[in-house]
Design a protein around this ligand. Structure first.
Ligand code: PEP
Length: 252
């Protein structure tokens, strides 16, 4: 008999380049009031680097995880402007977003660099949230699965236990655009990703990202292979983030 899937969904907020420390702390206060200690869903927030330490303090004693939005793969050295898994762990991060499409497109990140980051994050016992996704041109050219599965394979190269990684499928054309993949199209990609993951596949969380909002979250999260959401814009306010978290709850 095959292993029954039992995957606690994750709803992670990527705050991108937004929110001062004061604004971040106010948001955390609201989230703690409404989304702390929920059974059956993991909640993670991803502030800018300057807010990580104060937000970690504000999250102390809560069930809400803390994600950095990026890291370098080296821990220390002559890498001006970088942060490292060691330093992120030191300030209380539990997760690190790796290979977000904005990093790949705007900052020249390659599959090889993304893979080095994934392995460096795992080596410190943190959870990478590895982002993959196709551009509109690639989708229109019928290359979606080839691109996405190629990014998954490259990102996980040399990773012994892929279930220690959280994957996030984020079609580039759906990020920050208000366009969302149709639930059945997203499901098709998620199922294809899971099909690549071998024995641990039933345990790997695969999040969907791309203009997830309270209005579309339930339908997306109801898909068999969608195990949560990576949320940008709607994670910046409790009144839009909390309903998405609630939609991920069992029976939500
Ligand atoms: C993201 O930044 O990962 C994202 C999915 O953004 P948005 O929800 O704003 O499309």
């Amino acid at each position: 008999m095959s292993e029954m899937p039992s995957r606690t969904p994750i709803v992670a907020g990527n705050w991108k380049l937004n929110l001062t420390v004061g604004e971040a702390l106010a948001l955390v206060k609201a989230l703690r009031a409404e989304a702390d200690g929920l059974e059956g869903v993991e909640v993670v927030v991803g502030p800018v680097a300057t807010a990580l330490h104060p937000v970690a303090g504000a999250l102390e004693g809560s069930s809400i995880g803390l994600a950095a939005q990026n890291t370098h793969w080296e821990d220390r050295g002559a890498f001006t402007g970088e942060l490292s898994p060691e330093l992120l762990k030191d300030v209380g991060c539990t997760h690190v977003i790796v290979g977000h499409s904005e990093r790949r497109q705007l900052f020249g990140e390659t599959d090889e660099g993304v893979n080095r980051k994934v392995r460096a994050v795992l080596a410190k016992g943190l959870t990478p949230i590895l982002c993959v996704g196709e551009t509109l041109a690639q989708r229109e050219a019928g290359e979606t699965l080839e691109v996405v599965l190629g990014q998954v394979e490259a990102g996980l190269e040399g990773v012994e236990d892929a279930s220690a990684v959280v994957l996030a499928y984020e079609p580039v054309w759906a990020i920050g655009t208000g366009k969302t993949a149709k639930p059945e199209d997203a499901q098709e990609v998620h199922a294809a990703i899971r099909g690549k993951l071998g024995q641990v596949a039933p345990r790997v969380r695969i999040l969907y990202g791309g203009s997830v909002k309270p209005a579309n979250a339930a339908e997306l999260l109801a898909q068999e292979d969608i195990d949560g959401a990576l949320v940008g814009g709607a994670s910046l306010r409790a009144d839009t983030f909390v309903p998405i978290i609630r939609a991920a709850l069992p029976g939500g």
